[in-house]
Design a protein around this ligand. Structure first.
Ligand SMILES: [Zn+2]
Length: 450
C-alpha cells in the first residue's frame, strides 16, 4: 500500500539515493524533496517536511524520468496478425501507457498518429489512466502514393499549398508540438515519390509561421540532404544509414538533432531469434495477447516474408536465398551503429527514440521495454552509459524545448529510481524501484495495476 500513501501525500522525500541529475555532473549522494509535482530541493541531509512520505533510495540511483522521442502509441505491436476489437485495442493502449511508467519513461513523443486516435489517447490520460506525458506530431505530411500513407492505410496525403495549410491548422487545433514530414524513397529500392518543391516550400513556410518545428523522416544521406535544404528540420527522426562527413557537418551546423531508433533493426532480428523473447521482464510489462503473437513461430515466418516483400518487391524476393534475410539484417544493424558513431563523433546531438509500435506487422517493438532496449543498443553502438542516458533525458528535453530531463529545483518531478548503478551497467534501468510521475511515486507493479 506504500504507493497509495505516496500518491496522497503532497511531499515525497527520496533519501539516501545516488542522484544523477542529467546536468553532466557525475552521480552523487543526495536526497530529493518533491513537493506536489515539482522538485523542491536536492542535497545531502535535507530535513523531513512534516507529513512527508519518505522513500528509502539506499542502494539505488535517482535519475530524471526517461523521454522516448519516437513511439507510436496508437499502434499495438503485432496487431496486424490479430483481429483485436475496439475494446481490446483500448485496453492495450491503456496497458502501454502504464508500461511506459513501469519502465521509467515519463514523457513520449508520438510522431505519427491520426487525430481520432490521438484524441482517444489524450482522453484516457485526462480520465486518470496512468501514463507518461504524451506529446504528438499528429498525422505526417506524405505525398500521394508516398511514405507513410502508402504503407499504413488511413493516413492523409498533401499535394498542394491548400492541403498543407489545412493539415498544419489541424496540428495547432490538436495541440501537436511539431510537424513530421516524410522524405523517403524506399528501404532498399526506390519505390515512393517525394514531395514537389512547391509542397516542400509550403510546409516550411507554413510550419515556420505557426511556430511548429519540423521533424523529418529521411533515412539515406541523399534524403537527409534534401530534408535539410528544403525543410530546415529540428530533427531527423531516424538514424539508419551512415552519413558522410559533409552531411554530418551540415547537421551539426544546422543544430539538427537525430532521433536514434536502433531498436527497429534489433526488433527485426528477433524474428530469427525468438528465444530471446522468453524473458519474464516482458511478461510483467507487455499485454499477454502481444506476447502470444510475438512468440509464435508462424508469425515470425510471416513477418520475415512481409519484410522481404518490402525490401525486395516483385520477382527479386524469389531469387533471394534463405541467408539473404539474416545477412540483410546484420548489415542493417552494422550500418545503423556506424551512423550513431559518425553522428556522435561529429557532435550531432542524439536523442533516444525506440520507434515502439512502429508498424502493425512488427510484433517485437513493445511499448516500454523497447525504450530500455534502445538505451542498451546505444551503448552497444558506442555511447557511454551516461551519454545514452543523456540522449534519453536532457538532450531530448532540449529538442522538445521543455524543462524536463534534469533534476533541478523547480523542475517537474518526473523521476525514476532504479536498483544499483546504471552508469556502470545500463541493464540496471530494468530494475525500477519507483517511477515518480508529476510528483506521484509508485512501483512498477503499482503503475501496471493502476
Ligand atoms: Zn516511427
Amino acid at each position: 500500500m506504500l504507493w497509495i500513501a505516496a500518491a496522497l501525500a503532497s511531499d515525497v522525500l527520496l533519501v539516501h539515493g545516488h542522484v544523477w541529475d542529467g546536468s553532466g555532473a557525475p552521480a552523487a549522494s543526495a536526497d530529493v524533496w518533491v513537493h506536489d509535482d515539482r522538485v523542491q530541493a536536492v542535497g545531502a541531509g535535507l530535513g523531513v517536511p512534516p507529513g512527508a512520505t519518505i522513500l528509502d533510495a539506499s542502494g539505488a540511483t535517482v535519475l530524471p524520468g526517461l523521454i522516448d522521442a519516437h513511439v507510436h502509441l496508437s499502434m499495438d505491436p503485432g496487431a496486424g496478425w490479430r483481429h483485436d476489437d475496439d475494446a481490446t485495442h483500448a485496453a492495450q493502449v491503456r496497458a502501454h501507457l502504464a508500461a511506459y511508467l513501469a519502465c521509467g519513461v515519463t514523457t513520449v513523443l508520438d510522431p505519427a498518429v491520426l487525430p481520432a486516435e490521438e484524441a482517444r489517447i489524450r482522453a484516457l490520460l485526462a480520465d486518470g489512466a496512468p501514463g507518461p506525458r504524451y506529446l504528438s506530431l499528429g498525422a505526417p505530411f506524405s505525398p500521394p502514393g508516398g511514405y507513410v500513407a502508402a504503407v499504413i492505410p488511413g493516413f492523409p496525403t498533401v499535394s498542394n499549398r491548400a492541403e498543407v495549410e489545412a493539415q498544419l491548422d489541424g496540428l495547432l487545433r490538436d495541440g501537436d508540438v511539431g510537424a513530421k514530414v516524410t522524405v523517403e524513397r524506399g528501404f532498399l529500392v526506390n519505390r515512393y515519390p517525394l514531395h514537389s518543391p512547391e509542397v516542400f516550400g509550403a510546409i516550411r513556410a507554413g510550419a515556420t509561421a505557426r511556430n511548429l518545428p519540423i521533424y523529418a523522416h529521411a533515412i539515406s544521406p541523399e534524403e537527409q540532404s534534401i530534408a535539410l535544404d528544403w525543410l530546415h528540420p529540428r530533427a531527423m527522426v531516424h538514424a539508419m544509414e551512415r552519413p558522410d562527413v559533409r552531411l554530418v557537418r551540415q547537421l551539426r551546423a544546422a543544430g539538427t538533432y537525430t532521433i536514434t531508433t536502433l531498436a527497429i533493426a534489433d526488433a527485426f532480428a528477433a524474428a530469427t531469434d525468438l528465444g530471446r523473447l522468453a524473458d519474464p521482464f516482458l511478461d510483467a510489462r507487455v499485454p499477454a495477447s502481444e506476447l502470444i503473437t510475438a512468440r509464435d513461430p508462424e508469425v515470425a515466418r510471416g513477418f520475415s516474408e512481409a519484410l522481404l516483400q518490402e525490401m525486395l518487391p516483385g520477382l527479386a524476393r524469389w531469387v533471394a536465398g534463405p541467408g539473404f534475410m539474416r545477412a540483410a539484417l546484420r548489415s542493417h544493424v552494422a550500418e545503423a551503429n556506424a551512423a550513431i558513431r559518425a553522428l556522435r563523433a561529429g557532435g550531432v546531438p542524439l536523442v533516444l527514440g525506440s520507434d515502439a509500435g512502429n508498424w502493425p506487422l512488427i510484433p517485437y517493438l513493445f511499448h516500454g521495454p523497447s525504450t530500455l532496449r534502445e538505451l542498451e543498443l546505444l551503448h552497444t553502438a558506442g555511447l557511454t552509459p551516461a551519454e545514452a542516458l543523456t540522449a534519453g533525458t536532457r538532450t531530448a528535453a532540449e529538442m522538445l524545448e521543455l524543462p524536463l530531463g534534469r533534476i533541478t529545483v523547480g523542475s517537474p518531478a518526473d523521476l525514476v529510481v532504479v536498483e544499483g548503478d546504471p552508469l556502470s551497467d545500463l541493464r540496471a534501468m530494468r530494475a525500477v524501484r519507483w517511477t515518480v510521475r508529476a510528483g506521484e511515486a509508485r512501483t512498477p507493479a503499482g503503475w501496471m495495476g493502476g
